[in-house]
Design a protein around this ligand. Structure first.
Ligand code: WT7
Length: 651
């Protein structure tokens, strides 16, 4: 088993200690301190989680921390709470009340700040709006919006009334949105006219209209007018509710928080797996909030006066945990940017950092590599003195990018945390802690509190130091997914059956002699393209739905910029010929079925695909072809050798 090598991994053996200035005011300052807390989190989890969640608001305390009927966990058993109260109400009685909760900036340059008191008032009102539309505790609400303050309002309002939200990334196309609405049976969809991206408007409302034409479960569509009259959506349907009108008419008296059980669903978030159907990852209230709260505080060494900018879209889990629940439950100031990093030029991020005095920046390796390509001139014009900590997430960060990030953005002053986690883990599980454990470029780090990772072979036996294996988690942790929405069988099979008795992450990894984990990438049929998780089976089923396509296989190819690029191999039905135009048509087709971010980078035509004698497509060989390398592995099960030879000829 070897993982896919992603990006260019130069050899880098240095370790990076935090500066004395950083360490001096850090929460944790030594590996010993980390070890002590880590041991406590595993050996006396009750004491650990009680103390570390002391500032979250519980209406009723838990009686038991964990009830584990493998593979089903219940955390904070018996507790009652409302997540929005810990994120908002609790700050109303402190100095955070009038401090900025959200600082928003749009691509055209508009800005808006909401204090905690203001955000609270908006959330209370929108909770009342949802209730007036008949949404009750347990009903699902799909949110399809851009990076505007109202998306946070909508999420927290759902949490406030106990209605699990399902945020769908605004880059998904109508079909993908429809499937996600249908799967969770949403009664209400919240959207906006459009959002800014690369100087253009993403027409969110029009996409919702196409999606809900085929989803009878949806009763109402709430539409935020965000762009102004010039961009007003063409159609208004009977099911549409105007955000501003509804907010003006709402009775804030109906916005009180619903006290829910610790295990009440907080949200469903769809992610790609190894089959064509996306999985609705279910996160519940207390355990998820505890994980988000505690990890944000320690991993980012977060303080009240920090200005925290996680550049992820709220449509991904990173946005859920580190734009919304983590930083807000800690009372920090969150920056939201609605737009692209290169608008109007590649200096935009650095101007945002300077304008809002961002102190913590959390972004993805693919973005860092895109900045590297632009040279350092924009960075040289920036001040960046407000930054004190940097983070990376979403894919392995190659040491080259790490060093560049450290030197040019962090100016050798800011520690970098490389955080490994997944939609399913809910929150960060592998990382360094910036004042306590030094960073090693290319290695993510050590287990976060409560996490019990291991690297094992297929049979579950642990590998030795430095040896590659499968990354698993040997114990449940509070923010773990509880099941797959509507498909518990898939939950058991996918995560808890691959390797006996443990949670399988789908990643390959190794661990060095000091206990640091290096995650090399997915070893299953999931790709990571520019930080977006894409299931090969989803791409393939979109392709074979096209009338010209007989068969299709999607694989990843190492890519300097995106980590992985998406390559599809297609055989056409009789009567259709390979051509440049056909390439474009098929790429466009995937874009319109799933979303533009999933458009193949390369479409290759083939007379046949390499298969085993039992008819299974040998993706491993296609990966080699896509990467332009020789196949070194076993090819003895290949049914027809000429197929492979032909594919190589066509390179
Ligand atoms: C997959 C999860 C984590 C939230 C955003 C992505 C890869 C994530 C790292 C990292 C190496 C990483 C893994 C993981 N991944 N962070 N720091 N180092 N790989 O969430 O879409 O659920 O994807 O992203 O392969 O399994 P996701």
């Amino acid at each position: 088993m070897t993982g896919e090598r992603i990006g260019t991994f130069i050899q880098e053996n240095r370790t990076f200690e935090p500066s004395e200035a950083f360490r001096a005011r850090a929460r944790l300052r030594s590996r010993e301190e980390y070890e002590r807390l880590y041991r406590e989190s595993l050996e006396q989890p009750e004491a650990f989680w009680a103390r570390e969640t002391a500032d979250l608001v519980f209406d009723r305390r838990w009686t038991e921390l964990l009830e584990w009927n493998a593979p089903h966990a219940r955390w904070f058993v018996g507790a009652r709470l409302n997540a929005s109260v810990s994120c908002l109400d609790r700050h109303l009685t402190t100095s955070r009340r009038d401090a900025p909760a959200l600082v928003w900036e749009s691509e055209p340059g508009e800005t808006r700040t909401l204090t905690y008191a203001e955000l609270h008032a908006e959330v209370v009102r929108f909770a009342a709006v949802l209730r007036s539309l008949g949404v009750v505790s347990g009903d699902r609400v799909t949110i399809y919006m851009g990076m505007v303050p109202e998306v946070v309002v909508a999420m927290l309002a759902c949490a406030r009334i106990g209605a699990p939200h399902s945020v769908v990334f605004g880059g998904f196309a109508a079909e993908a949105l429809r499937d996600r609405i249908e799967d969770c049976g949403a009664r209400v969809v919240v959207t906006q006219d459009g959002a800014w991206r690369r100087g253009r408007v993403v027409p969110l409302k029009a996409t919702v209209d196409r999606a809900v034409a085929e989803t009878p479960c949806v009763e109402k569509v709430v539409v935020l007018r965000h762009l102004g009259e010039a961009h007003a959506p063409a159609e208004r349907h009977a099911r549409d509710v105007d955000w501003h009108e509804a907010m003006a008419a709402a009775d804030p008296g109906r916005g009180a928080p619903e006290s829910v059980d610790a295990e009440h669903p907080l949200y469903v978030l769809y992610t790609s797996g190894s089959t064509g159907r996306p999985k609705g990852v279910l996160h519940t209230t207390a355990g998820y909030l505890a994980g988000a709260h505690v990890s944000t505080r320690y991993v980012f060494d977060l303080r009240d006066d920090d200005v925290f900018w996680c550049t992820a879209d709220v449509g991904w889990v990173t946005g859920h945990s580190y734009v919304v629940y983590g930083p807000l439950s800690n009372g920090a100031t969150v920056v939201l940017y609605e737009g692209a990093p290169n608008q109007p030029d590649w200096g935009r991020f650095w101007r945002i950092v300077d304008r809002h005095r961002v102190s913590i920046l959390y972004t993805a390796p693919t973005a860092i590599r895109a900045f590297i390509r632009q040279g350092t001139s924009f960075l040289e014009q920036a001040d960046l003195s407000s930054l004190r900590l940097l983070g990376s997430v979403g894919e392995p960060i190659n040491p080259e990018a790490w060093i560049w990030y450290h030197e040019h953005v962090g100016r050798r002053r800011c520690p970098i945390v490389d955080t490994w986690w997944q939609t399913e883990t809910g929150t960060i599980l592998l990382t360094t802690l910036p004042g306590a454990t030094p960073a090693k470029p290319g290695s993510t780090g050590l287990p976060f509190f409560g996490a019990a990772p291991a690297v094992v072979r297929r049979d579950g036996s642990p590998v030795g130091a430095g040896e590659a294996g499968l990354l698993v988690l040997t114990r449940p942790w509070p923010s773990m997914l509880r099941t797959v929405w509507g498909d518990d069988e898939r939950y058991r099979k996918q995560y808890w059956s691959e390797i006996e008795g443990v949670y399988f992450t789908g990643d390959g990894a190794h661990r060095d002699a000091e206990g640091y984990f290096r995650v090399v990438g997915r070893i299953d049929d999931v790709l990571n393209v520019a930080g977006h998780r894409i299931g090969t089976a989803e791409i393939e089923s979109a392709l074979v739905a096209h009338p010209a396509v007989a068969e299709a296989a999607a694989v990843g190819r190492p890519d300097e910029l995106k980590g992985q690029a998406l390559v599809v191999f297609v055989t056409l039905k009789p009567g259709h010929e390979p051509s440049e135009a056909m390439r474009g048509t098929l790429a466009e087709h995937v874009g319109s079925e799933i979303g533009k971010f999933a458009r193949p980078d390369t479409v290759r035509f083939a007379d046949g695909l390499p298969k085993t004698r039992s008819g299974k497509i040998m993706r491993r060989l296609l990966k080699d072809v896509a990467a332009g390398r020789e196949s070194t592995g076993d090819v003895s099960t290949l049914e027809d050798f000429t197929v492979l030879a032909k594919l190589r000829e066509e390179e």
